[in-house]
Every structure is written in structure tokens, then in C-alpha cells.
Design a protein around this ligand. Sequence first.
Ligand SMILES: Cc1cc2nc3c(=O)[nH]c(=O)nc-3n(C[C@H](O)[C@H](O)[C@H](O)COP(=O)(O)OP(=O)(O)OC[C@H]3O[C@@H](n4cnc5c(N)ncnc54)[C@H](O)[C@@H]3O)c2cc1C
Length: 385
Amino acid sequence: MDFQLSEEQKMLKQSVHDFADQRLAPMIAEWEDNGASLDHTLLSRYADMGLLGITLPEEYGGTGLTAFDAVLAIEELARVSPIAAMPVFETSVGPVRVVELFGTEEQKQRFIPPACTGEKLMAVAMTEPEAGSALTDLSTRAILKGDHYIVNGQKRFISGGGQSEYYMVYVRLGETKGARGIGGIVIEKDSPGFAFGKQETFMGLHGMPSCDLIFEDCLVPKENLIVPEGGFAFLMQAFDVERCGNATMSLGIAWGALEAAKKYAQERKAFGKLICEFQGVQFLLADMAMKVEAARLLIYRAAVNAGLGIPSIYESSVAKCFANEIGKEVTDMALQVFGGYGYSKEYPVERMLRDSRGWPVAGGTVQIQRVNIAGAMLGRRFNQR
Ligand SMILES: Cc1cc2nc3c(=O)[nH]c(=O)nc-3n(C[C@H](O)[C@H](O)[C@H](O)COP(=O)(O)OP(=O)(O)OC[C@H]3O[C@@H](n4cnc5c(N)ncnc54)[C@H](O)[C@@H]3O)c2cc1C
């Protein structure tokens, strides 16, 4: 077991760190106050730095690195803002990997390169109004007629909704009920019969587009089917990778909050002393550091063990659940270190606390992660219905 980063990984971290501090941090107010999201100029910069499609093969325009390298980059960006980390998340551990893992050569040539240049991002659309945790109850249906699938249904809370050009949509392809009837199809933004609902107003993650996708007799070329009926297990395998990305969002936010609290505790005075000299504040900082370090090690383990492939459901669920929980705790403790100023929008920790709250729900709730962990640990699947 080696806890040292390679020289290349140290360089990757440093360059992303500097990019986040110098170029992205000044944009947070714009994202936060105006709900603006990343524009194409900025996405080209990500592409130039090799940050889009970190884990995707170089022959399709990716960077050809590992899930661990993607985690290192996402962590550095989410430290400043999870909005800054979203494009890396989507292209390196998100739905584009489904195309890479399960698509045909033609599909890979068509969908991966535009994601790696930032021209056409891909969002993942699983959740429906009546199917969240109970994902296998989803009812969006795709029926093959001639050369096209006719898609009908509605998706909810889709991150990137309205902005992304491509959507990896989980659909029911036949009459088979439950998981066996589900597959995955890419639907393009301007497909006939495809509309967007109004943008969500979330408590945090301002600047991350999110909305319903509405399909009414939406016409999709049959060549866009990536995972046929019966391939739900493949879609879930790819999701083991996404889970590590979600966990890293929580880790990055918690780390950012810890760094802010450390700095503030060494500047702010009370009773004529710096507050870092009080044991009560030191204990807060020490507890925050322990939680961040533990989450980091769990995520790194899952990602390193995945190599170029897919992490285990056990390791990725343990990492996600733990990181999601400590994300809430650490940002809350950071707010406490800041006192009244922590509760003010003038300082970053109230935003971090709000941003941390989305991840324990997104990508499978922390309750569902515990179900995964218990199932993997005991070697059995339990019916939770
Ligand atoms: C910030 C954010 C981003 C998101 N991005 C996307 C996206 O890009 N694409 C997408 O498809 N979806 C996305 N989602 C949706 C997300 O995946 C769902 O909200 C989540 O899966 C939970 O589904 P639900 O909201 O319907 O809650 P429900 O499934 O209704 O759950 C409600 C509560 O019941 C609990 N519960 C339900 N069933 C069980 C059970 N069997 N055992 C124990 N507890 C249970 C849940 O843990 C939760 O606490 C996002 C959500 C958020 C908040």
C-alpha cells in the first residue's frame, strides 16, 4: 500500500488547484447570485487542461488517466465550488462513461469526442416523479417503430438539464416489469417531442442547472440505444464509478470548509487572543480534520482499486455514504468556527453548508447506500419494498 502520489499526480493537483483559485473562485458570486452556469469559453479552458474526460481513452479525445486521477481533480475543484467540478464529474465519472463502457465503436466516435472538447456535455436522467430510490419502478417508455424509438415520460431533478446537449436516459424498452425491462438511450437536446420543465430552485448548488425532462412522442434514432433491455446491471455498474465522484464532491466541499475555518481561526481574536488558541476551537478543527482525512482515504481506496475499471459497490457505497455524512458535519462545524460571520453570506461557509446538503440525496441517498453496504457485507440482497 502506497500513500504517496506520483509526480504526475502532484502536478495535476497543483495545476487544478491554481486554476480553481485564480480563475474559478472569482466566479462563485456570479454562479451563486445569478444562477449563471459555466460558459463555453470556460469549458474550452477545462478541455485544454485535459480535465474533460480524464478517464476516457485518448483515441476519443480523453486524457486516458484513472478514476483516481479524476477524483484528485474533482476534489481540488469542489474545494472551491462543486459547480466548478461539475464538468469534470460529468465527463470523467458520469454518463459518458456508460458510452465508453457499453457503446458500439460508432457510438463512441459520435458521443465521446464532443464531450471531451466541452462542446456537448452529457447529463444522466434516471429519476422520475414516481421513481427516485425505487428507480426500477421507472415508467418512461421507449418503443421501437421503424428506425426510431418513440419516447414518452418525464424525468425529474436532472443536473445539467436544459444546458447539456446529450441525455443518457434510463427507459423501459418493453413490457417487462422491474429492472429487467430497463435500458439506456442517448436523447439529443433538440429532438422532436423533447421539452424542459422550469429550472429548480435548490437551497444550494446555485449555478448548477436542474430541471424536468419531458418526452411526448419524442423521436430518437434507433442508433442512440446504448444499453438494450436487460442491461440495467451494466448501467448500475457504471454508476459505481459515479458514486466515487459524488463522494468526492462532499469531500472537496468539506476540505474547503476546513481550510477556511483554519485560516479564520488564526485571524479572528476574542478575549484578546486568536481563537485558534482556545481548546474548544482546536477540538472543532481537529474533529473536522479527522473526518476529512477518513473520507479521503475511503474514496481514494475505492478509486485506486478501480484502476481503469469500475470500483466495487461495497467500497464506493462506504465512501459515498461516509463522505456525504461528514460533508454536512464538517461544513456545520466550520460555520461554528466563524461565529456570526459564518451565518452571513459575506463568508463562504454558509454556501458550503448548503452545497454539502445536496450530495447525500443525489446519486442514491445515504439510506440506499447503507442498504448497498449491508447487502454486499452479508452477501445477500434484501427486499426493501
Ligand atoms: C442535487 C441533486 C442532484 C440530482 N441530480 C440528478 C441527476 O442528475 N439525475 C437523476 O436522475 N437524478 C438526480 N437527482 C435525483 C436523486 O437521484 C433522487 O432525488 C434520489 O435518488 C432520491 O429519490 P427521491 O427524491 O424520489 O426520494 P424518495 O425515493 O422518495 O425517498 C424519500 C426518502 O425515503 C428514503 N427511502 C426510500 N426508499 C427507501 C428504502 N427502501 N430504504 C430506506 N430508505 C428509503 C430515502 O432515503 C429518502 O430519505 C438529484 C437530486 C439532487 C438533490
